[in-house]
Write a protein that binds this ligand. Sequence first.
Ligand code: 3PG
Length: 207
Amino acid sequence: MNSFSNLMGKQTLLPIIQANTVSQGVEIAKAMSSAGINLVEVVLRTAASLDVITAIKHELPNLKVGAGTVLDADILKKALSAGSDFIITPATSTKLLMNLANCPVPVLPGVSNTADILLATEFGYNELKLFPASLSGGTAFLSAMASVFSDISFCPTGGINQSNQQEYMALSNVFAVGGTWIAKSHWVEQRQWSKISSACAAAQGLS
Ligand code: 3PG
């Protein structure tokens, strides 16, 4: 059921797009794509975000585009209608996981503690997002989880940046790291798209 990492393939960076307008979202995605990114997450935190997903898929048909910040059945339905290739949640609950049970695309549920992880494993997940990673114990918490939940692999997001990315990626139970540091909001406001490309390339070890 949980083939999120299969969808990511060799990509170990989960770049997050938060856009106020459709054109902003498309430009960010183009900048990421030109740095070799094949999969992006659009967080559903702005009025434009569902349209951003649809527009990116239209403009960049080879890019896999997923929805983040999916919190309930209504948002899930809208995210799937917009064309999302995967679903990411910031947190988890029995109700949300039940709503996601028959989701036609891969799901990465968000967890922040041991109870969340246990709940997600009870629903069959073995790949989880740790969020907000830096406030939920960071690398020390993930290291501790490796022996307790030895089958679980994590994608931490929240507080990841160019300085600590490698510390997270060095952990045996981390398959990817995600965040917004590769598309800082002031770069977006100032239309500095090449900075996004450079940051994505650097984060993937390409520069
Ligand atoms: C997320 O939704 O995963 C976070 O907003 C990413 O957090 P960051 O802005 O600290 O990278």
